[in-house]
Design a protein around this ligand. Sequence first.
Ligand SMILES: *Cc1c(COP(=O)(O)O)cnc(C)c1O
Length: 220
Amino acid sequence: MRFAQNLERILRRIERARLAYDAHQIISLVAVSKYQKVQDILDLYECGQRAFGENKVQDLRDKSVQCAQVPIEWHFIGKLQENKINAMLSCAPALVHSIDSLKLAEAIQKRLGEQTLRALLQVNASREESKNGVSVESAKEVYEQILKSCPNIALEGIMTIGANTEDRKLVEQSFKDTRDVFESVRAMGAKTLSMGMSGDFEIAIAYGANLVRIGTSLFE
Ligand SMILES: *Cc1c(COP(=O)(O)O)cnc(C)c1O
């Protein structure tokens, strides 16, 4: 139970932030295992964690095979190259957080066949060049286009990576902009707002996140 204390500490912090935001809110935790070995994933699983996220298709494939003895809910959270779509689909992740263009969505749609894929649209709310995702300004339109042209993608919400800065105001702004995008697509069925990592998940929850992706603080 190497990670039991970490998990308890994080769950307590999520709970405090959740109650401060809205006692009726339901928040999911995805443990980001991208830098962790299979045994570490299984150790955190033993503590009760069930959802894990990977950001590379190859790692998702290897680790899901190696952890096949337990029923983990896998999430794909990384940049998806078009030439890795089939490999990603063969892992049948519970949710792909990182659809970052209409072009990628259409390429996935082509390969889906009868299968459906649950997914989120990634928004680049920090406006950092290095980050993937559609712009805040175009997000609603792209969301609508994906719904229209990709019937086998079950688009369920929005994901973002908060601004990578010590400046709390900028972090808040990126979450606030993402929340506004999320609100604008609610009428189209969006229900998941995936934002918040080890350094900023409490701020994200204050802006309505209902799924947080935490790695470092769980596995340290
Ligand atoms: C690595 C990663 C996380 C987790 O970050 P930590 O700071 O380790 O909690 C969350 N989301 C994405 C997309 C990531 O790549």
